[in-house]
Ligand binder design. Structure first.
Ligand code: GLU
Length: 358
């Protein structure tokens, strides 16, 4: 049964920062909405669905407890706030789940856990083990050690990577909006099959990526979910039964983004979305054609390269028009590619098994 047509078996629930506050004007983080979500999650787990929470709140709760009125600019203070707040966040979840007879477990991740395949597989194994033990993993970014180079930045992205890592059926993105709002800014667009330029315009009418409550980052995540075969729902986390309704019938609430036909294989998903590219290979038209027909990328077809990648690193592959049309796992280091590019009878820069067309 397609997940969008019935109940889901493995669900990732993303709990957004806006749910930490009682309302938009409040500065003091409060546990009410989180407890409600945890209780719903617990009842779903008991009826046989696996649930992973990806919850924001470390920085928000930390700021409240440290009496910080605005988000600190100093990185170490932000990280100190996250250390205090993450503890608090887990305390809320621990109490809420234990009152329903369940355990939860904290999993903190950074980009580096996704970039390196070995670490990625380790994290996946741990999460799967928690689920098999009936424990609810509560994931967040490891804000206390994350610095710019290894930071996700937002949990919209982290949650879709976790959902893809675990081949989830459903990713439920909860915040304080009812869904993707239409042009009138009131009615909710209920169903999305394809994310068209019009849909993006509705999400950010001014073209400002950070406008309208981060809807653009939600759409970026939705696009990854759809290609990964995951149903994606944006809904209001303050509803009494939002999680339950979405799991029972994802069409019944908020905005649903339907998965595209055919889920990419797990390794392909990791190459395509799981890892931050370390560089870029720019290829000529002949090479692009060869890649689109599933051939390897030879250095003869490369016209330029950027970044300091090494063999095994993920790179973007783009055409002369700067369109990133593929990603691949480099077989050669950047300096070798620079030397070999354009040469006849040249080496293979990316093997066809390591290329994913986007
Ligand atoms: N990891 C951050 C926190 O827990 C939140 C990031 C986000 O909300 O996207 O405070």
């Amino acid at each position: 049964m397609k997940p969008s047509e019935g109940s889901s078996k493995r669900v990732v629930v993303k709990v957004g920062s806006s749910l930490l506050y009682a309302d938009k004007s409040s500065r003091e983080a409060a546990p009410g909405a989180l407890k409600n979500i945890a209780r719903q999650a617990a009842s779903i787990v008991k009826s046989g669905t696996e649930v992973v929470l990806v919850s924001s709140g470390a920085i928000g709760f930390g700021m409240s407890r440290l009496g910080l009125r605005s988000r600190p600019k100093e990185l170490s203070l932000l990280q100190a706030a996250a250390a205090v707040g993450q503890n608090e966040l887990m305390n809320i979840y621990r109490q809420a789940f234990s009152s329903c007879g369940l355990l939860c477990g904290q999993v903190l991740l950074t980009w580096e856990d996704f970039v390196e395949r070995r670490r990625y597989l380790n994290a996946k194994t741990t999460l799967q083990k928690l689920l098999h033990l009936g424990i609810v993993p509560v994931v967040n970014e490891n804000d206390t050690v994350s610095v710019d180079e290894i930071k996700f930045g937002d949990n919209d992205r982290l949650s879709v990577l976790v959902a893809s890592m675990l081949s989830a059926d459903l990713l439920l993105n909860l915040s304080d909006v009812d869904g993707l709002l239409g042009e009138d800014r009131k009615s909710v667009i209920r169903e999305v099959d394809v994310i068209t330029p019009e849909i993006r315009k509705v999400a950010a009418p001014t073209g400002n990526r950070s406008s309208v409550g981060g809807m653009i980052t939600k759409l970026d995540s939705a696009a990854i979910a759809m290609k990964s075969g995951i149903t994606y729902v944006i809904a209001n986390g303050r509803g009494k039964n939002t999680v339950k309704l979405a799991v029972e019938d994802p069409r019944s609430i908020g905005t649903i983004f339907f998965p595209s036909k055919g889920r990419m294989a797990a390794r392909e998903r990791w190459i395509a979305f799981g890892s931050r590219p370390k560089g870029r290979l720019i290829v000529d038209d002949g090479a692009k054609k060869a890649l689109l027909s599933r051939k390897s990328l030879l250095c003869v077809g490369i016209v330029g390269s950027e970044g300091a990648f090494r063999p095994g690193d993920i790179v973007c592959i783009s055409d002369r028009g700067n369109n990133d049309f593929a990603r691949g796992r480099a077989a050669l280091a950047a300096e070798v590619v620079s030397k070999e590019k354009g040469k006849r009878f040249s080496k293979e820069a990316v093997h066809c098994d390591d290329i994913v067309i986007l």
